[in-house]
Write a protein that binds this ligand. Structure first.
Ligand code: FAD
Ligand code: MLT
Ligand code: ZN
Length: 456
């Protein structure tokens, strides 16, 4: 009965129960969590999403919103019961309007991130969110996870790119704040409730996004370093010299680049020897790269830089960024690793890495560290590949998260909680914070039908 009602809401193009069509939606990107679903529906409008949610609420059946399914915490995968309804947003992929004068655009939730970036670039504007999965993740998923990526250092996370939002609530009603205002203090900022809530408080159907001026010519540099601490010192040095011109500042260990060279065809580093650490950075100093080059030369004289390669053209820059964006794929190809998506104050990164190394040496000496990330935001992917058959995983994770907490950091910087990190949320957030989260969840989703078993 429910299935028939859903089919009639979304029409023949809007649903599937074919196992082959369903398969990619029933496993997470890393291939670690598998689920099952009663049906997958793909509504074509906010009204259809609303109608789907209403009939699911009537039947007490849970809904799992799904964007590009590139999430790292299995938040978009249904449970194993086979009773849940997966709601794919991909058919809602219209760019509704672009306003270059207001520096804003209105898009539907199922737009691929790269399509959004291109639509902004088409009117000489920048949509600043950028991450390795941008060719397949969707803006709705980006907002639902409050994604980070490589440009946070200058523009902030997904949360900071939103002016207005439309969402469908657990009773099927549509709440719209699709305004394109920079200033608006009329009551609670409801849109922020849904951003980062991973589909547990509402289904995001559209958003008004903030655009920036085209930052102009960008210089990409790969910088070789003797230590990870030098990355933090170099960042401070460059920021002092060239200010906000740094658009991205990514730390990558030599071992991680080794994985990329091994697993990603066509990758190559521009140096004739290996270094323990590298930074890949994008800076915008207009057409004048001299300020940046001078700052780098000054950094070399104080021994912060071992070598550096500045991309000569967009092809060279693209090749370097392709290597950076392929790290997750290379890591997946190399086998399963424990993922720790942590953040600490930037000034404590070096201490975190040094103490993390000591903890690993003590608990799992044969483990391999896979460290890289958005060091300019204090966010590292401190991943650990254990020896096959090792049972040290839980101890390693507990030790790393305890260290992060002691340093004033977070165990979840940009990937969210999903299904995989719920136990840590309860452990590392205060009782009062957890109680307030539960209160919000109960108020907005009393039947617990929106992505149950995720986050809280
Ligand atoms: P999904 O994986 O489909 O969903 C993620 C969560 O959001 C789920 O809980 C889902 O239920 C919910 N959701 C999806 N759409 C909606 C909606 N419309 N309304 C309500 N809830 C919804 N993440 C970063 O933060 N920074 C990175 O640098 C980064 N790099 C990545 C690189 C690669 C190669 C890969 C594979 C992933 C990377 N990620 C990164 C993780 C991932 O891409 C992001 O979390 C992204 O924002 C997820 O978008 P999605 O459309 O794939 O969402
Ligand atoms: C990245 O920075 O590449 C992503 O967050 C993906 C990952 O952590 O594997
Ligand atoms: Zn990341």
């Amino acid at each position: 009965m429910l299935i028939k009602r859903l089919q009639s809401i979304v029409g023949p193009k809007g649903w599937t129960t074919d196992p082959d069509d369903m398969a990619p939606s029933l496993v997470d990107w890393r291939g670690t969590v598998h689920g099952a679903a009663a049906i997958i529906v793909s509504p074509a409008s906010s009204e259809e999403v609303s109608a789907v949610v209403k009939v699911c609420a009537d039947a007490g059946v849970a809904i799992v919103p799904q964007g590009g399914n590139t999430g790292m915490c299995a938040g978009a995968v249904p449970d194993e019961s086979g009773q849940q309804v997966v709601l794919r947003l991909g058919r809602m992929n219209a760019i509704r309007a672009v306003d270059p004068v207001n520096f804003s655009m209105e898009v539907e939730a199922g737009c691929i991130l790269e399509t959004v970036q291109n639509a902004a670039a088409g009117v000489d504007r920048l949509f600043a969110l950028s991450l390795g999965a941008e060719g397949s993740c969707q803006i709705g998923g980006n907002l639902a996870t409050n994604a980070g990526g490589i440009n946070v250092i200058r523009y902030g996370t997904a949360r900071a790119q939103v002016l207005g939002l439309e969402a469908v609530l657990a009773d099927g009603s549509i709440v719209s704040s699709l305004r394109s205002l920079r200033k608006d203090t009329a009551g609670y900022d409801l849109k922020q409730l849904f951003i980062g809530s991973e589909g547990t408080l509402g289904i995001i159907t559209a958003a008004t996004l903030k655009l920036f001026p085209n930052p102009g010519p960008t210089t990409t540099a790969l910088i070789a370093l003797k230590s990870s601490g030098d990355a933090v010192r170099l960042l401070a040095h460059l920021r002092t010299a060239i200010g906000d011109a740094i658009e991205a500042f990514e730390l990558i260990s030599g071992y991680v680049f080794g994985l990329v060279l091994e697993h990603i065809p066509g990758s190559a580093l521009p140096f004739d020897r290996e270094y323990p650490w590298y930074v890949l950075t994008d800076v915008t100093c207009g057409t004048n790269t001299d300020r940046f080059v001078q700052a780098m030369q000054d950094a070399a004289t104080i021994d912060l830089v071992r070598d550096a390669a500045i991309a000569k053209n967009s092809a060279e820059s693209g090749a370097l960024w392709r290597m950076r964006h392929s790290i997750a794929e290379a890591e997946r190809a190399a086998g399963k690793a424990l993922k720790h998506d942590i953040s600490v104050p930037i000034s404590r990164i070096e201490e975190f890495l040094q103490r993390g190394d000591s903890l690993l040496a003590e608990i799992a000496p044969a483990a391999q560290l896979i460290a890289f990330g958005h060091v300019g935001d204090g966010n590292l992917h401190y991943n650990v590949a254990l020896e096959p058959g090792s049972s040290d995983g839980d101890r390693v994770t507990a030790a790393i998260y305890t260290l992060v907490t002691e340093l004033g950091g977070s165990f979840s910087a940009e990937h969210g909680i999903g299904r995989l990190k719920r136990e840590y949320l309860v452990r590392y957030r205060s009782e009062s914070e957890i109680e307030l989260m539960k209160t919000l969840k109960r108020a907005l989703d009393p039947l617990n039908i929106l992505n149950p078993g995720k986050v809280i």
